[in-house]
Design a protein around this ligand. Sequence first.
Ligand code: FUB
Length: 335
Amino acid sequence: MALWGALTIAAATMAGAQERPAPVPGSNPIIRDKFTADPAPLVVGDRLYLYVGHDQAERDQMFNMREWLVYSTTDMRHWTDHGPIMKVADFKWAKADAWASQAVFKNGKYWFYAAVEHDDTHPGKAIAVAVADKPTGPFVDAKGAALITNQMTPKGTHSWEDIDPTVFTDKDGTTWIAWGNRQCYIAKLKPNMIEIDGPITEITPPHFEEGPWLHERKGTYYLTYASLDRSKHRDERVSYATAPSIKGPWTYRGELTGSGKYSFTIHPGIVEYKGDWYLFLHNATLAIGDLNGAIGRRAVTVERLHYNADGTMQPVVQTEAGVTAPRSAAGARGK
Ligand code: FUB
């Protein structure tokens, strides 16, 4: 390339960089100094905490996830970084993979459920449980062993089916855990929160891939999840099912979102906060230094979530503006 051409491109690049406005606080992706994935919100008083996996994949690595991070906000615009709350190494029986998690509050404690790779005594993925007095930890292994191992779901077809826990306490005080990859399972937790109570039931909805999330609104129960219809799509989308009770029957309601930009995976986390509903997701649009977004370098996003009068959820379009966009007429507060 001629020197003049190179200088022109360099000048244009610098001008472009200077002209690019700073991101609006709260626009997507909401965390920009680290790669984050698998968002799991938890409201405590007037603060919303967000638990995420830390994506640390180098270059062409698929996943490299060794710890979980927590952030919080009181306005959905500004996020406080509370740092790592746990590392995989804190579970002595696990050997890798700080995959999807969720924290819940019960009996005066914060319980943190997470997918990890078990050591060779129980080959395959497993679900761990940790406990803390505060939402920001420090969390410690609550059981000293896995809550769920691959061997507890023997009908499963692959070693990574026992991942992505979602934990939900029903109005009668019973806490349930659902999880899975390709197969979706649900079971009751004992009041001690560290043991399964009774049978594990398979509830796999159509096109279920992973990342289930349970929530309830006005008597309708929602099972939202990363879906993959391999006959049509290459990347995961978000779909959901509803039921009149946590015990089902579950009715498939179709897709809630398209895929996350540049990302094979997507992962829903749903919460009501200060009268509005939010859907947390991830995509792979973030670049940090010379590392671009990739399957193992994702970025958490959030969008407003609205319901129809019949309780179905309105399709969510993923945007850069996210919650900083003006409210739509259809999305009046509280709907
Ligand atoms: O982040 C690792 C895995 O990718 C999660 O457990 C899945 O939900 C998918 O996001």
